[in-house]
Design a binder for this molecule. Structure first.
Ligand SMILES: N[C@H](CCC[C@H](N)C(=O)O)C(=O)O
Length: 305
């Protein structure tokens, strides 16, 4: 597969592609394109394929013009402590600690492929083992409920550079505008902002400034939320390492937790999060978070790198 690199010339806002010499190795890799609420990734089975240079491959294959196209690449690997291990890479090549939409699709892949045909699957991630309960229709997984674990509120564990025991509705200034932020980790860092209809936010403009803001030492995923009622949130997201995505599972969980912390929703009750790519149902009970949503296979293929 010929490699291409994207370059903005002379500070131009428009990327141009340059073809660069391939690495010479010719390896055919089987992949499966899947999505959860249109948050789409290229999935690669590493039970039967040896992969190197995960980050470089993620950048290549995610490109929607010269690659397969996706918000990133997820490698499904053998695990000594679970049914499978998920390694998730954003489209910029950075490795994510956790991916909510991704872990549902990994559970589907593991079940449908026969790697582990169980109703309750354990998936190892960089933020611990996630327990996934699958819903099967016509012999294939249609939906998955994931125990996403504990929502972390301590600033130093998110991490964010704020004092105090938690960050709930604290003001920061971005591009000269004040924003009240609530910060939560679901194994990866999130900054949640409540306001009007997020459809009218210029996300391309302000998203990168939140992602790289000085108080977020490991960058951050940023969710913009409109509270529709005490059980329903509308969300857009600017993801760390991928930009705007159609959905973010960990972001939906963080937003539901933030809504409870701010008194907009109630713990222990289903909270429906409406994203551009679909809907997730979140429940925040006793510090733990549960997420339910779809997992879909779009196509399979072989790519030569
Ligand atoms: N961009 C995220 C990883 C992907 C999370 C998102 N796609 C999800 O479904 O949770 C990060 O770097 O922390």
């Amino acid at each position: 597969m010929n490699q291409y690199v994207r370059k903005a010339e002379n500070g131009s806002p428009v990327d141009h592609y340059e073809r660069v010499a391939g690495n010479g190795k010719k390896q055919k890799i089987a992949f499966t394109k899947m999505h959860g609420c249109a948050n789409d990734y290229v999935y690669i089975n590493c039970f039967d394929q040896d992969i190197e240079n995960h980050a470089e491959l993620a950048v290549w294959l995610s490109d929607r013009h010269t690659g397969i196209g996706g918000d990133g690449v997820i490698f499904i690997c053998p695990s000594e402590i679970a049914d499978a291990k998920m390694r998730m890479f954003n489209l910029d090549g950075s490795e994510g600690m956790m991916c909510g939409n991704g872990v549902r699709c990994v559970a589907k892949f593991v079940y449908d492929s026969g790697i582990a045909r169980k109703d309750v699957l354990h998936i190892e991630t960089l933020s611990g083992i996630k327990i996934c309960r699958v819903t099967v229709e016509n012999g294939e997984v249609a939906a998955v409920t994931v125990d996403m674990g504990k929502a972390e509120l301590a600033p130093e564990k998110i991490p964010v550079l704020f004092d105090g025991e938690s960050v709930v509705s604290r003001e920061i200034e971005v591009l000269g505008e004040p924003y009240a932020v609530t910060c939560v980790s679901m194994g990866n860092p999130h900054c949640v902002i409540f306001g009007g209809d997020p459809d009218f936010i210029d996300l391309e403009k302000i998203g990168p400034y939140f992602e790289h803001f000085e108080k977020f030492p490991e960058r951050i995923n940023t969710e913009f939320i409109q509270v529709l009622d005490d059980h329903t949130l509308k969300m857009r997201v600017w993801e760390r390492g991928s930009g705007e995505t159609m959905a973010c599972g960990t972001g939906a969980c963080a937003s539901a937790v933030a809504a409870c912390l701010n008194g907009f929703c109630q713990k222990g009750e289903d909270i429906r999060v409406r994203l551009r790519g679909g809907e997730l149902v979140i429940r925040y009970t006793d510090e733990r978070v549960q997420m339910t949503g779809n997992a879909d296979t779009v196509f399979t293929g072989v790519v030569e790198i």
